[in-house]
Design a protein around this ligand. Structure first.
Ligand SMILES: Nc1ncnc2c1ncn2[C@@H]1O[C@H](COP(=O)(O)OP(=O)(O)OP(=O)(O)O)[C@@H](O)[C@H]1O
Length: 311
C-alpha cells in the first residue's frame, strides 16, 4: 500500500498542492485534471523525486524518503519527457538502463525482449529510435519503466502522442499491469482512464476533489445531464442559463448537452446517463488554473451549490 499523508507542496510561497491524503492498493488509478493542476507535482512526490513541503508518503507503512534505494527498486517511473540517444535502438537503450539498475546481462536481455514484445515493438527493436513516431517512443518509455518488474508504476501522461489504436493497446496493457501492482497514471484525456482505471482521482484547487470508482464519479451528475434542441434565437440565453457540456449546430438550431437540476427540467428535455467526460467538463468548467490558494468551499466533495447545481 502506498499512502499520501497530509502532503502539501509549495513552489516558493505558492501551494501547488495542499493537504493531500490518498491511499493506493494494487490496481489502476487515473489522476485526471487539467494542465497545471498539480498532477506532475504529485507524481514526482510519489516517485520520491520531489520532497513534500509538509506531510509524508509511506510505502508499506515506511516513509519512502527513509526507504530511499529500497523504494526505488520497487518503483517504475515514466516522466512526461524522457531522455534517450536518437541513434540507440530500443534494445540497446533497455539494456543500458537495465545495467544502471544493476541487472545481469542475461536477465537484462530476456526482460527487455519480453517487454518490447509486450508493447508491440518486437519487430523494430533493432531500429534506431530517431526513426520512431512519438507513440513508438512513448511505448519504449513504458517498457523501460517496467524493467525491474516494479510494484509501483507511475506514468506521467503516458498516452501523449499515441494514436487511437495505440491508446486501446495501452489500456489493455494497463489493465494487465494493474492486477498485481499499483499503477498510477496522469492524464487530461478522459477516455484514457474511463474504462481502464479502477479508481479516478480528480484534483481541483490544489486538493483532492474526488477519489472513487469511475461509476461513482459519474454518479455525481446522475439525474442532472440533459439534452435538448434549442433554436438559433434562444441559444445565447440558454448558454448563459446552463453549464454546457457539448453542443452541435444543426440545420434547424442547436443540439445541446447540459447540466440542470431535476426540479427545473422541462418535459421535452431528454435525461441522459452522465459519463466521466461530462463530470470532467463540469468540474473544470471555469477553465482557469486554480491553485490551493483559491480554496474549495469546505465540504465541496459532499456537495455544494455551484450555479444552482448540486454535486
Ligand atoms: N519547479 C517549479 N517551480 C515553480 N512552480 C512550479 C514548478 N513546477 C510546477 N510549478 C507550478 O505548480 C503548478 C502545478 O504544476 P504541475 O506541473 O504539477 O501540473 P500538471 O497538472 O502536471 O500540469 P501539466 O499536465 O501541464 O504538466 C503549476 O502552476 C506550475 O506552474
Amino acid at each position: 500500500m502506498l499512502t499520501v499523508h497530509a502532503v502539501t507542496r509549495r513552489y516558493g510561497n505558492d501551494p501547488a498542492l495542499e493537504g493531500i491524503d490518498l491511499a493506493f492498493e494494487n490496481g489502476v488509478y487515473g489522476l485526471l485534471a487539467p494542465n497545471g493542476a498539480g498532477k506532475t507535482t504529485l507524481l514526482k512526490m510519489l516517485a520520491g523525486l520531489l520532497p513534500p513541503s509538509e506531510g509524508e508518503i509511506l510505502y508499506e507503512g515506511e516513509s519512502i524518503a527513509a526507504l530511499d534505494e529500497k523504494y526505488r527498486m520497487r518503483l517504475g517511473y515514466l516522466p512526461q519527457r524522457f531522455g534517450y540517444y536518437p541513434n540507440d535502438t530500443p534494445r540497446k537503450y533497455m539494456q543500458y538502463l537495465a545495467a544502471i539498475k544493476g541487472m545481469g546481462r542475461k536477465e537484462a536481455l530476456e526482460r527487455s525482449e519480453l517487454l518490447l514484445e509486450a508493447v508491440a515493438l518486437g519487430e523494430v527493436k533493432r531500429k534506431k529510435m530517431k526513426t520512431f513516431s512519438g507513440g513508438m517512443i512513448q511505448r519504449v518509455g513504458i517498457a523501460q519503466a517496467l524493467l525491474n518488474d516494479p510494484r509501483v508504476l507511475i506514468l506521467d501522461e503516458p498516452t501523449g502522442g499515441l494514436d487511437p489504436k495505440e491508446r486501446a493497446r495501452f489500456r489493455s496493457l494497463l489493465t494487465k499491469l494493474g492486477r498485481e501492482r499499483i499503477v498510477i497514471l496522469s492524464t487530461h484525456v478522459v477516455s484514457d482512464v474511463e474504462s481502464a482505471a479502477n479508481e479516478i482521482v480528480l484534483l481541483k484547487n490544489g486538493r483532492v476533489f474526488a477519489k472513487d470508482k469511475p461509476e461513482a464519479i459519474c454518479a455525481m451528475l446522475a439525474g442532472k445531464v440533459y439534452e435538448t434542441r434549442v433554436s438559433d434565437h434562444e441559444v445565447d440565453t440558454f448558454r448563459q442559463n446552463y453549464p454546457i457540456l457539448a453542443e452541435r449546430g444543426e440545420a434547424e438550431g442547436w443540439h445541446m448537452r447540459f447540466v440542470a437540476e431535476a426540479e427545473s427540467a422541462m418535459p421535452h428535455w431528454e435525461l441522459m446517463k452522465p459519463g466521466l467526460e461530462d463530470v470532467f467538463l463540469y468540474v473544470y468548467r471555469d477553465g482557469e488554473r486554480q491553485t490551493a490558494k483559491q480554496r474549495l468551499f469546505p465540504g465541496e466533495l459532499a456537495g455544494v451549490r455551484e450555479e444552482g447545481v448540486q454535486i
